[in-house]
Design a protein around this ligand. Structure first.
Ligand code: UDP
Ligand code: MG
Length: 311
């Protein structure tokens, strides 16, 4: 089989070489034709130099350099667009996705699966902010989204050509690949793994980037936030009806003098209603923003150059 390995990298100077060596140690003995598609996501350090050096030594290395940092999901998309071959494997360039799983993934593909999705098992990991927010995020997205997103799904997966083409046919600007791969369907198998330590360097997923990814997932895979308004509206309507009955009961029984001038309850209602209206306007604003970005039909990424020095 022709197998393409896609690796997005952003400021991974001194890391890519080791990642590459580790992957080669596993795949070189396989009877497949392997090619590497590195995507430099606008790195500002020496990553590009490292990649060029790699490409000079190893003729199977192709590099796509993006014109700026477009983000992990865009870089992955760029890699999948560049990748040739019957099977495409995507993985991180920081060594956290164990290459030792590649033979098993390819085995499953040969057995007829179209999509081998790995699942990060972090029960054994110490509690951390990232682990907690990630757990909460997956629970939340699965409650509000019609598409099931596998908890702990990693962007470490093997796809056959038809599955890759299906992903490529989705032109959306806000890309959440973990949702998109489950949306396209296909014969999928899940492989759990224990994440390794980063070879070196720090996570390139800042809090802002994690928030953006979570927003992309929520607002492009769920309309539930829009319905929140409808439910609140209905609830308020019921409350109003109940209040009407309550007030009427004073009139019917002739006790109108007992009706206290309820300043506090009034304020409370005004604040709640105001808050809800603002929150809903916010939700609608976000969806309108997403629609705006989609209708502009901007490309997901811009390629600055392509290199494969071994050619
Ligand atoms: N990455 C990227 N663009 C970005 C952020 C990250 O290409 O804007 C790459 C990064 O170099 C790595 C992979 O995506 O190969 C996963 O990122 P990272 O390891 O920083 O995330 P974490 O493992 O901490 O979730
Ligand atoms: Mg990582």
């Amino acid at each position: 089989m022709q197998v393409a390995i896609v690796l997005p990298v952003y400021n991974e100077e001194g890391v890519v070489e080791q990642t590459h060596a580790r992957i080669c140690a596993v795949v070189d003995s396989l009877p497949h034709e392997i090619k590497f598609y590195y995507v430099d996501d606008g790195s500002s350090d020496g990553t590009m130099k490292d990649l060029r050096a790699l490409a000079e030594k190893d003729g199977r290395v192709c590099i796509t350099q993006l014109s700026r940092n477009f983000g992990h999901q865009a870089a992955l998309s760029a890699g999948m667009d560049a990748a040739q071959g019957e099977v495409v494997i995507s993985m991180d360039g920081d060594g956290q996705h164990p290459p030792e799983m590649i033979p098993q993934m390819l085995n499953l593909i040969e057995q007829g699966y179209d999509l081998v999705q790995t699942q990060r098992m972090d029960e054994a990991q110490p509690a951390s902010f990232k682990k907690w927010t990630s757990g909460a995020f997956y629970r939340f997205i699965n409650v509000i989204s019609g598409t099931r997103v596998l908890p702990g799904a990693a962007d470490f997966r093997a796809l056959t050509r038809p599955a890759v083409e299906a992903l490529k046919s989705m032109p959306e600007y806000h890309r959440f690949l973990r949702g998109m791969v489950s949306w396209i369907g296909f014969n999928t198998v899940i492989l759990p793994y224990q994440p390794a330590e980063r070879i070196s360097g720090v996570s390139k997923y800042s809090l802002a980037k994690m928030t953006r990814l979570a927003m992309d997932a929520i607002f492009s895979f769920s309309l539930v936030p829009l319905y929140v308004g409808l439910s609140f509206g209905a609830l308020l309507f019921c409350l109003a009806a109940a209040e009407m009955v309550y007030v009427l009961s004073f009139w019917v029984t002739g006790q109108t003098s007992n009706l206290a001038p309820g300043w506090s309850s009034l304020m409370f209602v005004i604040l709640i209603v105001g808050g809800m209206l603002m929150a809903l306007l916010g939700f609608i604003g976000i969806y309108v923003g997403y629609i705006f970005q989609e209708v502009k039909r901007r490309p997901v990424y811009i390629v600055k150059g392509k290199y494969s020095d071994g050619k």
